[in-house]
Design a protein around this ligand. Sequence first.
Ligand code: NAI
Length: 699
Amino acid sequence: MTAQYQVQGDIAVITLDNPPVNGLGLSTRQGIADGMARANADSTVKAIIITGAGKAFSGGADIKEFGSDKAMQEPNLNSVIGVLENSAKPVIGAIHSVVMGGGLELALGCHYRIAAPGTSVALPEVKLGLLPGAGGTQRLPRVLGVEAALNMIVSGEPVKSEMLAMLPGQKLFDKLAASADSLADEAMAFARSVADVRPLPLVRELKCKHPQGDAYFQFARNMVKGMSKNFPAPVKCVDAVEAATKKKFDDGMAVEREIFINLMWTPESKSLRHLFLSERAASKIPDVPADTEQRVINSIAVIGAGTMGGGIAMNFLNAGIPVRMLEMKQEALDRGVATIRKNYEAQVKKGKLKQDKYDQRMALLSTTLSYDDLTGTDMVIEAVFEELGVKEAVFKELDRVMKPGAILASNTSTLDVNKIASFTQRPQDVVGLHFFSPANVMKLLEVVRGEKTGKDVMATVMTIAKKIRKTAVVSGVCDGFIGNRMIEQYGRQGGFLLDEGCTPAQVDKAMEKFGMAMGPFRMGDLAGNDIGWAIRKRRYQEKPNMKYSKTADLLCEKGRFGQKTGAGWYDYVPGKRDAIPNADVVSMIEEHRKSLGITPRKISDEEIVQRLVFSLVNEAAHILEEGIANKASDIDIVYIFGYGFPAHRGGPMNYADQVGLFNVVQAMNRFAQNPLDDAAFWKPAPLLERLAAAGKTFN
Ligand code: NAI
């Protein structure tokens, strides 16, 4: 049972006990209902307290039941709330730490609520493309007022209990306890004080009105629409709260229910729920058990204080872990430290970082020119030039000085991690940690598992990733790992589209309308077109038969490397990121097209999106089949957190699943007929073909 029942004198206490956050799974709901029945049947009990064990009152729905029929199985949450409301004896919610989603809805079914200060209160369902489905949209406005409640429901953001307790006229909390420690005693005293008070107050019986009525809701709807263009749920939250002000309680509940069910079926909500579960699943590695013994990492060294080294160091400083940076020259160290300082100072200026925090972080940073200073360090991350010879020298030095058991990581973006490991006598300690630029901002971390990387090393770096607030995905060793290997195909399709008749702006606009944070050409300008150029030059040697558009090379020959040179596919004004189309680039594309004898055709946005997204999908299917990625959902996470793929599409694999793999394969076969495209590439990957034929999905 995941809810405990106890009687203390004349008060019954039901304690939710379903770690980690007392999720309201079936057995917890049953436990509450059973406890309520016992308390009501026991003539010595005068009042009932509901509270949570451990670190939460309740975090809401149980993740394990998420999206399954079990979540609806009786007693479902609405029925349990009905049991509380219909109790003949007063029910008091003793709330602390976290009260979210269904947990808050449960609390709103109690007759009284007493909260500890510091409690995080939220209805976060909107973040999963839903709205609260157990009366949250109807009860919260009744206790907080329409505007405060709507803000919470539409944003899903947590608000602290002491802030809510200060709202004029609020009825969410009958009492704010002096502290979390005194909550239990204060709840007990409160319960005794109301034990004989009748009638029992019910939130559902409170009035709910907004003085401006229609005008307010019109305004709210416009605001919310503007802020959530790809998501239907936030506007629906407004509809549900409006119903609370206009309809009788039970009719308002019916409106909420209907909206909830409709949202549940939207592709947006399915994608967001997929993303939520995928993020949790990403940290699990099939052959590395959860109880694998981990290494202790209390200090970090970073080799190379350049663009990546500085950003990587900041991640650890932010997490309170000391960092020592090593360079070959003092000037390089000084430059690296100055950049870190500048980044933090900008945050202080914007009020995002307190001065004392900034001081603490800088105090954790030290520098050295000598490898001998790294002997006591638990883990080192190399971020020197991307040249195998340079990496070899560094790893030989690390092998010489680092203590046994230290983890040796490389931030290489293209080199073979197995080869890097072979430069040492301890390949089991070597792992790739591929951060994305800017490393202190981007959430994604590809953890590259070498052939010999130890399981304990894998387990340890996944934990470290969490500590520095990264979403880590495991990749096997291959050229480009998961993300960049796929983006190469995407870039190739982008080139063909230009040759066949598109402008960069047309392609970018189509992809941005699809939801990408940035189209491929704006992204190229941001990352630096010279990087892709260098990779292509290598490919021309390695894969002479691979088909490429030469347009991007022509652009690079003009020195148009992107934002850093003020000119790429677009022009840039210093200090601004706006991409301004350039007529010379467009005529360069046209002339090249002419030289190839191609008559341009009008290409639809739909074709642009399909060719670019399905190129990712086909390469990803190869990646999955080769075991480079452990699961399709990991690939979705890589693209959403590392490449600006729209969350409401749930990642490329989820999107392909939603389109239907049969349709995806059909489209690929069509693309293969285009003589200007690469027919060999569009041969569907065997895995994709099998799944499509069997009517299955990736996820
Ligand atoms: P960078 O050129 O900005 O920095 C490299 C730094 O390493 C320089 O400060 C240099 O002085 C130092 N260095 C070179 N050889 C050294 C040695 N033997 N010992 C100590 N320090 C040495 O380069 P960036 O962009 O920071 O890249 C570093 C690594 O990160 C490369 O492997 C790159 O492929 C990888 N990477 C880069 C990304 C990016 O977007 N820039 C993204 C992900 C990975």
